[in-house]
Design a protein around this ligand. Structure first.
Ligand SMILES: Nc1ncnc2c1ncn2[C@@H]1O[C@H](COP(=O)(O)OP(=O)(O)OP(=O)(O)O)[C@@H](O)[C@H]1O
Length: 188
């Protein structure tokens, strides 16, 4: 598939704001024509290979992932200093479906990449949840992670196509999900 023929929905939000949850709900709207891709996946794949770690365990929500999170962030920064778009480029090479849901944009350079590559077929989404909600979902403020660039770099961005307030449950965000899915299908 020609890279330019994708419609791309980019999700961003703080830890435990519900990025994966929203990505899954969106995917249900698109079924076979959609797929979820994560910028952090090639990062984890290459990091695991270079550090002799278990790639699968870095992907799930395990203690193992949390243990390596800080070092992985630092390593990712070093790679991005050489090429800020390296992980976005890798993830797009893996895309095979018409509608791509990128569930973890974290930096302005990620947005730059998608704006440049998909100027007409792009939806930028911010997921917001209050700290109290995130804590109920298991979030604990961690110095070096929650105050790092990977969590804060997009805080100042205001021109999202949609902001989803995800403090309640799936019924509460269903209307937002429908609008986003509808807009994406218009762009196909
Ligand atoms: N609207 C919702 N209704 C019910 N549960 C939700 C909702 N949003 C998120 N959750 C739950 O909260 C938890 C955290 O959500 P999720 O994993 O999607 O967050 P995330 O932003 O992807 O987190 P991280 O950045 O840490 O990977 C999950 O258990 C998820 O099922």
């Amino acid at each position: 598939m020609n890279a330019k023929s994708h419609v791309v929905i980019v999700l961003s939000g703080k830890r435990k704001s519900g990025k994966d949850f929203v990505a899954d709900m969106l995917l249900q709207c698109f079924k076979e024509s959609g797929e979820i891709l994560r910028i952090s996946e090639p990062l984890k794949e290459i990091y695991a290979r270079e550090h002799d770690l278990n790639f699968e365990r870095l992907l799930d929500a395990s203690e193992y992932k949390e243990k390596h999170r800080a070092n992985m962030i630092k390593w990712g920064e070093e790679q991005r200093e050489k090429n800020p778009y390296i992980f976005c480029e890798t993830v797009i090479r893996k895309a095979s479906k018409r509608i791509l849901i990128i569930s973890d944009a974290r930096r302005k350079t990620d947005l730059e990449f998608f704006r440049r590559e998909f100027p007409k077929n792009l939806l930028l989404i911010r997921i917001e949840a209050q700290e109290e909600t995130r804590q109920k979902r298991g979030w604990v403020f961690t110095k070096g992670i929650d105050d790092a660039d990977s969590e804060c770099n997009l805080d100042s961005i205001k021109d999202w196509d949609y902001v989803v307030k995800n403090d309640k449950d799936n019924l509460d965000i269903q209307e937002d999900i429908k609008s986003i899915a509808h807009k994406a299908l218009e762009l196909v």
